[in-house]
Design a protein around this ligand. Structure first.
Ligand code: NAD
Length: 300
């Protein structure tokens, strides 16, 4: 069993760190929200906090599960990396920026440490159930060391390529997911205006070629139910789309559809809805619905 430092006990990090503690690993946890740290310690009395930065030197592996590259880099340069022992394996499981991750990996290696990027997909439910998909950038030997940990957290572990590749794959996955949410919501709205009940339209999608994770696991569960409780906000989804479009731009790949997708999500973010659950796009992308029986509204 390993001693694992875990920074970021939010919607995802808390259940992930909990699973690791329950699997018998020794946890050292940290979050700027001391309430989250306290809750974690109450639930896992064997865990430690990193009140003293020297605590990080006991960790074999340090995992970050934080909102962005800015915050990951600030936390590491804010004392964690300096306090860690030589050869510590850093694993950034956040959805971070791939080029910055590649550079961060190189900097850590120059300091005698090791680095993997290992972002996840599967949401809060996947984190709670150990059913995440984990996409890994970095070298095979480091992945081997982390494999026991990944097996506690996820159902599939995919080695994508060099450092940063996991973060690139994650952003591209979420670009596809965001496009699917927007397209599905628009289809439901058009159908509704034509008089097709959204639940019926969802049934059609799920039985047909338009089905997706959105139609199967989000529409009925979070949108039509009105709970909007997936645990993944519009702000984080928009961040991921922008990572994907920035990557396309920096590589000189034209991606007009992806930029259109970014514009749609960014406009909802700019309207002040960043903290809303991303399934609330069902409300935010809604346009006023004229009466179905007004034939002038139907352009045949
Ligand atoms: P979250 O906002 O719920 O949690 C982030 C945690 O980081 C919070 O507890 C916050 O207090 C802590 N934090 C922020 N700044 C800090 C700092 N400087 N020092 C210490 N702690 C700090 O976010 P989340 O939903 O858990 O997502 C974490 C990462 O995982 C993000 O990169 C997100 O894009 C990605 N992700 C989220 C989901 C999801 O469904 N929520 C799914 C896959 C991936």
């Amino acid at each position: 069993m390993s001693t694992i430092g875990f920074v970021g006990l939010g919607n995802m990090g808390f259940p992930m760190a909990s699973r690791l503690a329950e699997a018998g690993h020794r946890l050292i946890v940290e979050d700027r929200d001391q309430g989250a740290v306290q809750r974690f310690q109450d639930q896992h009395p064997g865990s430690r906090t990193a009140i003293d930065v020297k605590a990080w030197q006991d960790a074999d592996i340090i995992i970050t599960m934080l909102p962005s590259s800015d915050i990951v880099e600030a936390v590491l340069s804010g004392g964690v990396a300096a306090a860690a022992s030589l050869n510590t394996l850093f694993i950034d499981m956040s959805s971070s920026e791939p080029i910055r991750s590649r550079n961060l990996g190189q900097r850590l290696e120059q300091q005698g440490m090791r680095y993997l990027d290992a972002p996840v997909s599967g949401g809060v439910r996947g984190a709670q159930n150990g059913q995440l998909a984990i996409m890994v950038g970095g070298n095979w030997q480091d992945l081997d060391q982390a494999k026991d940990i990944f097996d506690v957290l996820g159902k599939s572990v995919i080695h994508v390529g060099k450092a940063g590749s996991g973060h690139a794959a994650k952003a591209l996955n979420n670009l596809v997911s965001a496009a699917s949410v927007a397209a599905t919501v628009e289809a439901l709205r058009v159908g509704e205006r034509f008089g097709i009940d959204p639940a019926t339209m969802t049934e059609v999608l799920n039985a047909s070629s338009g089905r997706s994770n959105t139609s199967e696991n989000k529409v009925a569960q979070f949108m039509l139910s009105g709970t909007f409780g997936s645990g993944f906000p519009i702000g984080l989804m928009t961040k991921d789309i922008k990572i994907a479009t920035a990557l396309a731009d920096s590589l000189g790949v034209e991606a007009p559809f992806s930029h259109d997708c970014e514009t749609i999500w960014q406009s909802v973010l700019d309207a002040g809805h960043g903290a809303d659950d991303h399934t609330r796009m069902y409300e935010h992308l809604a346009t006023p619905t004229p009466a179905f029986n007004d034939e002038r509204q139907i352009h045949a």
